[in-house]
Design a protein around this ligand. Structure first.
Ligand code: PLP
Length: 338
């Protein structure tokens, strides 16, 4: 079932993985396991009842949240067999609770504690023949909470940004400079909060000083003061955007002075224009940035540098402006047959 408010789909999947090579097969009590020599998974879509299926690959839309934005949570717990044959789980309620808390942080609906424990029990029973004898190891169960619904989208401009001070997008030594799926869902909470306050996106600060501009959720940030264009350096915590790089070159070609340097949030008070760059948004004017309750406003619309740079970029991308930099790759349709 889809969660219409967020248009995501969630799937709880429990599968198992036993590293223990010494286990024996057991003739099992539950009818399901007797009939099913194959491994089994328990699948549950949110707001629907779960069911057991054969263990196997899972199919997703290429737009699935987990594939594009890393929206997924894993758990791991073991099933042990007692001398009398009974199966034992160790603190599954705590694993359920941890998944629930993680889901809240990742803005995902989650199974209830009861549903989680039920799913794990069903998985264990259905795979009972792979639970090793007492003292010979255990069966490892891997519950997955997966954002399986398709999500891809981008708001239109001009943007009103909210400066986030609690959550950071990236940190030194991390993977902020990589277009990794792991960089998106962790900051969704900040984005949801900003949107609930009426802002269109979040502007993140550096994790150490909480003072210097980093970037927006899925775009780079650029400021303009007079003839000087400034943008934070992409030295590990900021994604090196292709649009950012192109705009820097276009701006230099048009005679602007371009500086890649740390920009303090306080410098926004003096900026004439602020804009975001990214493949999805293009060159998007920022109408305002709100920091600690103060709203800074910037020039948008006709006769702005933002607009001039944006239309030059689009002109090159669409072949209306001559490509003097060899940025455009032609697709020779004769060579491709689908
Ligand atoms: N920063 C982040 C975090 C992004 O996800 C993106 C693009 O998706 C950008 C910046 C802009 O990069 P590009 O101009 O290559 O699209």
């Amino acid at each position: 079932m889809r969660f219409k408010s967020l248009s995501f789909q969630r799937r709880l999947q429990t599968s198992f993985n036993s590293k223990d090579k010494t286990y024996r097969y057991f003739s099992s009590n539950p009818a399901f396991a007797l009939q099913q020599p194959r491994k089994a998974s328990y699948n549950m879509k949110c707001c629907e009842d779960g069911n057991l299926t054969h263990y196997g690959n899972i199919q997703f839309s290429p737009f699935a949240a987990v594939l594009n934005y890393g929206q997924g949570i894993i758990e791991g717990l073991k099933v042990n067999r007692k001398e009398d044959g009974r199966l034992l789980l160790f603190r599954p309620d705590q694993h359920a609770l941890r998944m629930k808390m993680g889901a809240q942080r990742m803005c995902m609906p989650s199974p209830s504690i009861h549903q989680f424990i039920h799913a794990v029990k069903q998985t264990a029973l259905a795979n009972i023949r792979w639970v090793p004898p007492p003292g010979k190891g255990s069966l490892y169960i891997r519950p997955l909470l997966i954002g399986s619904g398709p999500v891809l989208g981008q708001d239109k401009t001009p943007l009103s940004l909210y400066v986030e001070e609690e959550e950071v997008r990236a940190f030194s030594g991390g993977v902020g400079g990589v277009k990794s799926v792991s960089n998106y869902w962790p900051v969704l909470k900040a984005l949801v909060r900003a949107k609930s306050l009426g802002f269109s996106d979040v502007l993140y600060l550096d994790s150490v000083n909480k003072k210097y501009l980093e970037e927006v959720s899925a775009a780079n940030i650029i400021t303009l003061k007079g003839n000087v264009i400034s943008t934070p350096p992409t030295s590990g915590t900021i994604l090196p955007g292709i649009t950012r790089k192109s705009i820097i070159e276009i701006a230099r070609g048009l005679g602007f002075q371009v500086e890649e340097r740390s920009i303090s949030v306080h410098e926004l008070t003096e900026a004439d224009e602020v804009f975001c760059t990214g493949t999805a948004v293009g060159v998007a004017a920022v109408g305002s940035v709100t920091y600690r309750g103060t709203r800074f406003e910037f020039k948008v619309g006709e006769n702005t540098v933002c607009q001039a740079l944006g239309s030059t970029l689009v002109g090159i991308q669409t072949g209306l402006i001559e490509d003097k930099k060899e940025w455009i790759f032609n697709i020779h349709q004769l060579f491709y047959h689908i």
